[in-house]
Design a protein around this ligand. Structure first.
Ligand code: BTN
Length: 325
């Protein structure tokens, strides 16, 4: 077996033992190598950042892994059949959404593009997205048979999935319309949905999801930092990004199944449950107007319904939303 495969296999065995020691002899037998070779690989893994304890009597215990997204490990953790059926991992990209767009036509539905770094991460409404190290920067290619006017629904579904994945870790996350996920009022995730359509029928949707997972807030510019947080900042520890991405892809698949099989009104109910936007006074800025008023609901198309001071009703499909007082 090549060196890297042996190392991966050792990590897999140590992970599988869930904190119990695995002897050098057992590893050696499984890999068909000597105990001395096992020891050599263990030293190599330690140099790569794996924290492996060893005791001559009992064996090796894996205490901690370096914070890297490992596509092989990620695939091994997946419990999905469609979402993540292909995972294209890159150490650096300009933007995962750009790469997804280049391959979307030929790529199978469910393909995920994930990058450790983005040099030109893009946010909504033409903004820059700061992709500091330790984050999760990924794009998912979906091919739903829906009319163009219903694409915003897919964004709502993605917001539900991210929020569920965070709540599974006991993080009190809420969705802010249209697609930010916040913790204690601070942004932890942004979603950029891009679509390609022909004659009003969707060809593919690219769901770009950016999550400040293990991002150090000091790596963000001051203006962004003020209103941002990260999972590691909230939990006080670095999380295992491979496990988190696997859980996120699972939630995305569950929500996509619901999207395809249930009535949209059920999804709206779930979205409202997880959101803290409805009932708030908001100011929404769109390219051509600013609306202030109370957020009172979500329409069939995913638009935010606002009642202004004159009780006039506005439906806004895209814009920048701020909570006021
Ligand atoms: C927002 O403005 O809130 C949306 C941010 C979306 C960022 C993600 S990171 C992965 C994907 N690639 C990009 O260039 N943008 C999205």
């Amino acid at each position: 077996m090549p060196v890297n495969d042996n190392k991966k296999e050792i990590i897999r065995l140590l992970r599988g033992s869930e904190g119990n020691p695995v002897s050098g002899q057992e590893i050696g037998e499984k890999l068909g190598i000597t105990r001395a070779m096992v020891w050599k690989y263990i030293r190599g893994l330690r140099r790569e950042g794996y924290d492996i304890r060893s005791s001559p009597k009992t064996g090796y215990i894996l205490d901690a892994c370096p914070d890297i997204i490992d596509p092989v490990e990620l695939k091994g953790l997946l419990k999905t059949s469609l979402v993540g059926s292909e995972i294209n991992y890159y150490s650096v990209l300009e933007s995962t959404n750009n790469t997804a767009r280049e391959i979307a036509q030929k790529a199978p539905e469910g393909t995920v593009i994930i990058a450790e770094k983005q040099n030109k991460g893009r946010g909504r409404l033409g903004t820059e997205w700061q992709s500091a190290s330790g984050g999760i920067w990924m794009s998912l290619i979906l091919k739903p048979s829906i009319p163009l006017e219903n694409v915003s629904r897919v964004t709502l579904v993605a917001g539900i999935a991210v929020t569920n994945a965070l709540r599974n870790m006991d993080i009190d996350a809420h969705i802010k319309w249209p697609n930010d996920v916040l913790i204690r009022g601070k942004k932890i995730c942004g979603i950029l949905t891009e679509v390609s359509a022909e004659v009003q029928k969707v060809d593919h949707v690219i769901l770009g999801i950016g999550i400040n997972a293990n991002v150090k807030l000091s790596d963000l510019s001051e203006d962004i930092r003020r209103n941002s947080t990260s999972i590691s900042n909230e939990m006080g520890k670095v999380i295992d990004r491979n496990r988190f991405v696997a859980s996120l892809l699972y939630e995305l698949e569950q929500q996509y199944i619901i999207f395809k099989t249930k009535k949209f009104i059920d999804i709206v109910d779930e979205w409202i449950n997880l959101s803290d936007t409805i009932g708030r006074n908001v100011r929404v800025t769109t390219p051509n107007r600013i609306i202030e008023g109370k957020a009172v609901g979500i329409t069939e198309k995913g638009a935010l319904v606002i009642l202004d001071g004159n009780h006039e009703r506005h439906e806004i499909i895209a814009g920048n939303c701020r909570y006021i007082n």
